[in-house]
Write a protein that binds this ligand. Structure first.
Ligand code: PEP
Ligand code: MG
Length: 544
C-alpha cells in the first residue's frame, strides 16, 4: 500500500478584480457546474442517487443569485474574485458551523467545498488529488465531498483523513461507494511519509503505519465476490436472510445485482427528496413498482416517511424544535400533523402489494397506542383501495424497533404486527442518550455494549414467542464483530448496503449458530463493549 498526500493542491493565484473579476467569477461558476454535473452523472450511473443529491445541492448553491450578486459587488469594490466568493459564503458556513446540530455543522464543509471548487476553477487547476502512480491509499487532512466523488476508484483503494466525522457527506459517500475510509485521525498527515506502507481497516476504523508482516498476512489476498445470490446458511443449518437497505430504484437494482434476499429497508423519505412538492399517490405507486420489479420475487419492506430531526424534508417544512431527535419525527409527524400523507403512502403500498411481495413498516414507534392508530388508518386505506377487501389480510405490516420504550414493550407490540426490524442506529442513540451524529460521543454508543445486546435479545425473544420475524436494518447489521452475536441472538434477517451483501453472506456461512448462541449468552453478562470484543477474540469470532 502506498500513501500519497492530497496536500499541495495549491493556493490561489490569478484571481482578478473589477469587471474582469466578475467575468472570471461567472466563468468559474459555469465550469464548476459542468464539473459537478459530470460527477453527479457518474454517481447516478453507479446507482448512487441519494449521494448524487449531495452534489446537486452544491450546484443549487451556485445558482443562488445571492452568491453572484454578493461576490460581484465585492469584486467591483476591488476585492479579488476568489476572496470575494469566500467572503460571501463565509457567513453561511459560519452559521452552519455554529449550529448546535452536528449534522448542520458537518454541512459547513459542503459550503467550503463550493468555495474551494470555485477557487480551483479560477486558477485553472483541478481540485481532485493528483492520481497516484499505482493503486494506493490516500492520506489527507480533509477531503471534500466533491473530491471524494471525483476519486479514481481503480487507483484509490481507500482513504484516511485527519478531519471529518462519520456523518459528514464525505464519509457517507465513501460508504456508498464501498471505499474503505477512516476519518478523524489527529496528526495523521505528519505521521505518514509519501510511499510508506499502511494498513487501512475501514471496518475497525484503524490505520496501521508500517504494519508488521503478521498483520499484513491477515488481510484477505483476494477481493470478496461482488455478488452472491445463494442463501446464507450457517454451518449447522440456520438460514439468515441478507437484505439490503435502499433509497430508491437504482439502489434496488444494485441490491438485486448483489444477490440480496430482499430489500430490508426502503427509506421512502429519499423518494420525496429532490422535489419541491410531495409526490402524489400515483407517483409513489410508479416508483414502488419499479423498485419491486427490480427485486422480482424477493420481498421489499417499504418504510413510511421518516422525516424530521437529522432528515429534514424541504417540501414538508416544520417549525424548529429544541430537541429535534426527541421531537415530532418519523411516524409521530404523520400521526400528529399529517395523517393524509400516511394514507397516501398506505394506499400506494396496498396497490403495489397486490402485484408484488411488498411489506409496510412504520418508523419511530414508541407505544401500542400508536400502532393501533396506524392500523385504523390502514383499514381506512384498504377500504379506499378496495371496498370489498377483508381487513387484516394481504400485505404484512411491521414496525421498526428503534425507541427503547418499543424494545422494552416488544411483547405487547408483537401482538399487534407481523414483523419487527431493529433500527439500531436510533436505538443505540436513544439507549445511550448519545446523539448519533456527534463523533465525540461515538465511543459511548458502542453497538457491542451488553446493554444494547440485552435489548436486542429481549426484542428477538418477544418476537419469536409470537412467531414473528425479526430483522435488523441499522449499520450494526454489517459490523463484522456484531454479526456472530446477532446470529447467536436469533436474528432472522440482516439488512446491509449492497456492497456488503457477499461479505456478510460469507461470514454467516462460516459461523456455527449454536456456538454463536453460547457466545452471545456469555456476552450478555459482561460489563462493556471492550469485554465483548475480548470474548469474541478468545472464541475465535474476531473478524479477519
Ligand atoms: C435506524 O435507525 O437504525 C435506521 C435503520 O433508520 P435510519 O438510519 O434511517 O434512522
Ligand atoms: Mg432510524
Amino acid at each position: 500500500m502506498w500513501r500519497w498526500s492530497a496536500a499541495g493542491l495549491g493556493p490561489t493565484s490569478g484571481a482578478l478584480s473589477g469587471s474582469e473579476g466578475v467575468d472570471q467569477l461567472g466563468r468559474a461558476i459555469e465550469k464548476v457546474k459542468v464539473d459537478l454535473a459530470a460527477k453527479t452523472a457518474r454517481l447516478q450511473a453507479s446507482g448512487l442517487i441519494a449521494e448524487a443529491g449531495i452534489l446537486d445541492a452544491q450546484a443549487l448553491m451556485l445558482d443562488d443569485p445571492a452568491l453572484l450578486d454578493g461576490a460581484s459587488e465585492l469584486i467591483t469594490q476591488g476585492r479579488p474574485a476568489d476572496e470575494a466568493v469566500a467572503a460571501t459564503l463565509a457567513p453561511f458556513a459560519q452559521m452552519l458551523r455554529a449550529s448546535p446540530d452536528p449534522v448542520f455543522q458537518a454541512r459547513a464543509v459542503d459550503v467550503e467545498d463550493v468555495v474551494e471548487q470555485l477557487r480551483h476553477a479560477m486558477q485553472g487547476v483541478t481540485g481532485t488529488p493528483p492520481p497516484p502512480r499505482q493503486p494506493s491509499i490516500l492520506v489527507a487532512r480533509d477531503l471534500a465531498p466533491s473530491q471524494t466523488a471525483g476519486l479514481d476508484r481503480a487507483l484509490v483503494l481507500g482513504f484516511a483523513t485527519e478531519q471529518g466525522s462519520a456523518t459528514a457527506h464525505t464519509a457517507i459517500l465513501a460508504r456508498a461507494l464501498g471505499l474503505p475510509a477512516v476519518v478523524g485521525i489527529a496528526g495523521l498527515v505528519d505521521a505518514v511519509e509519501d510511499g510508506q506502507a499502511v494498513l487501512l481497516d475501514g471496518d475497525e476504523g484503524t490505520l496501521m503505519i508500517d504494519p508488521p508482516a503478521d498483520a499484513v498476512a491477515t488481510v484477505p489476498s483476494a477481493a470478496p465476490p461482488a455478488a452472491d445470490a445463494e442463501p446464507a446458511v450457517t454451518r449447522d443449518g440456520r438460514r439468515v436472510e441478507i437484505g439490503c437497505n435502499a433509497a430508491g430504484v437504482e439502489d434496488a437494482r444494485r441490491a438485486a445485482a448483489a444477490g440480496a434476499d430482499g430489500i430490508g429497508l426502503l427509506r421512502s423519505e429519499f423518494l420525496f427528496l429532490g422535489s419541491d412538492r410531495l409526490p402524489s399517490e400515483d407517483e409513489q405507486v410508479a416508483v414502488l413498482e419499479e423498485v419491486a420489479t427490480a427485486m422480482g420475487e424477493r420481498p421489499v419492506i417499504l418504510r413510511t416517511l421518516d422525516v424530521g430531526a437529522d432528515k429534514p424534508l424541504p417540501s414538508l417544512p416544520q417549525p424548529p424544535e429544541a430537541n429535534p431527535a426527541l421531537g415530532v419525527r418519523g411516524l409521530r409527524l404523520q400521526l400528529l400533523r399529517r395523517p393524509d400523507l400516511l394514507l397516501d403512502q398506505m394506499r400506494a403500498a396496498l396497490r403495489v402489494s397486490a402485484r408484488h411481495p411488498l411489506r409496510l413498516m412504520f418508523p419511530m414507534v414508541s407505544t401500542v397506542d400508536e400502532v393501533r392508530q396506524v392500523k385504523a388508518l390502514l383499514a381506512q386505506a384498504r377500504l379506499d383501495v378496495n371496498p370489498n377487501a377483508a381487513d387484516g389480510t394481504g400485505m404484512p405490516v411491521g414496525i421498526m424497533i428503534e425507541v427503547p420504550a418499543a424494545a422494552v414493550g416488544a411483547d405487547a407490540l408483537a401482538a399487534e404486527v407481523d414483523f419487527f426490524s431493529l433500527g439500531t442506529n436510533d436505538l443505540t442513540q436513544y439507549l445511550f442518550a448519545a446523539d448519533r451524529t456527534n463523533p465525540e460521543l461515538a465511543p459511548l454508543a458502542d453497538s457491542l455494549h451488553p446493554a444494547l445486546l440485552r435489548m436486542i435479545d429481549q426484542v428477538v425473544k418477544a418476537a419469536h414467542r409470537r412467531h414473528r420475524w425479526v430483522g435488523l436494518c441499522g449499520e450494526m447489521a454489517s459490523d463484522l464483530w456484531a454479526v456472530p452475536l446477532l446470529v447467536g441472538l436469533g436474528i432472522d434477517e440482516l439488512s446491509v448496503h449492497p456492497p456488503a451483501v457477499a461479505r456478510i453472506k460469507a461470514l454467516v456461512r462460516s459461523l456455527d449458530a449454536a456456538e454463536c448462541a453460547r457466545v452471545a449468552r456469555a456476552a450478555l453478562k459482561l460489563d462493556g463493549g471492550a469485554a465483548v470484543r475480548r470474548l469474541l477474540e478468545r472464541r475465535r469470532l474476531r473478524p479477519r
